[in-house]
Design a protein around this ligand. Structure first.
Ligand SMILES: [Zn+2]
Length: 203
C-alpha cells in the first residue's frame, strides 16, 4: 500500500491489528522501497506495465534468457551495467589484435573495463605483449540504433574474413547478451505467453 506517507491514523490502526494478533506484521512501502523493488533484476516488466514513461527514461536491465548476464570490469570487477551512474562513469569494450594484423582483422581477445584507470591498465598490459586495442564506448552501444550498426559491422567483418579466437568469440557473445538486457525492450504480456509456448515446444 502506498500514499505519500501513511497517516497517523493508519499507523495506529496497523499497530492495533498487530497487538490484537489479527495480522502478524506489516511493512509500509515508501518511495525508495518501491523504487528498489521495481528496479530489482527481473522485475522490469512491472515497471513497463505500470510506469511506462519512467520505464522509457530509466531503461532498466531485464533478464532476456532467464538469468541475468553480468558484465564486470576485467580489472576491478565492478558491475558495469548495474552502476547507477553508468552513463557518466562510462565503460569501454576493447578488441585486442596483434599489432602486425592487417587493420585488426585478427581478434585475439575482447575485454570490457571502466573508462579511465582500469582501461589504461588493460591497454598497457596488452601493448607490452605487442597487441593493439580498438575500443567502443559501452554507453554508445546501448543506443538501439548504434547497437544495430555495430552488430552489422561485426557481421560484415566476419564476411570479409575477420577471425576470432575461441576466447574472443565467447566474450563477444557474452557482451552482446549482456548489453541486450539494456538495449532491447521488455516483452509484452502476450509475447510472454507465446514465449512460454515456444519454450514448451522446444523443451
Ligand atoms: Zn574497473
Amino acid at each position: 500500500m502506498y500514499s505519500t506517507l501513511p497517516t497517523a491514523g493508519l499507523n495506529t490502526r496497523l499497530r492495533q491489528l498487530v497487538d490484537a494478533q489479527e495480522i502478524s506484521a506489516y511493512r509500509v512501502f515508501d518511495g525508495s522501497l518501491i523504487e528498489a523493488e521495481l528496479l530489482t533484476l527481473g522485475k522490469s516488466w512491472l515497471m513497463r506495465r505500470y510506469f511506462p514513461e519512467s520505464y522509457k527514461r530509466i531503461r532498466p536491465l531485464h533478464q532476456l534468457l532467464g538469468t541475468f548476464v553480468d558484465l564486470r570490469c576485467v580489472n576491478c570487477s565492478a558491475s558495469l551495467l548495474e552502476k547507477p551512474d553508468f552513463e557518466r562513469l562510462g565503460a569501454i569494450i576493447a578488441f585486442v589484435s596483434p599489432a602486425a594484423s592487417d587493420r585488426g582483422s585478427e581478434k585475439d581477445a575482447i575485454y570490457w573495463a571502466c573508462k579511465g584507470a582500469c582501461d589504461h591498465t588493460m591497454q598497457r598490459r596488452y601493448h607490452e605483449r605487442g597487441m593493439t586495442t580498438a575500443w567502443e564506448d559501452v554507453s554508445d552501444l546501448v543506443m538501439p540504433n548504434q547497437f544495430l550498426l555495430w552488430l552489422i559491422a561485426i557481421m560484415s567483418g566476419l564476411r570479409k574474413g575477420d577471425t576470432y579466437s575461441d576466447e574472443a568469440f565467447a566474450a563477444l557473445r557474452q557482451f552482446i547478451i549482456a548489453i541486450s538486457q539494456k538495449v532491447f525492450r521488455e516483452i509484452t504480456d502476450a509475447e510472454r505467453t507465446r514465449l512460454q509456448e515456444l519454450m514448451e515446444m522446444d523443451g
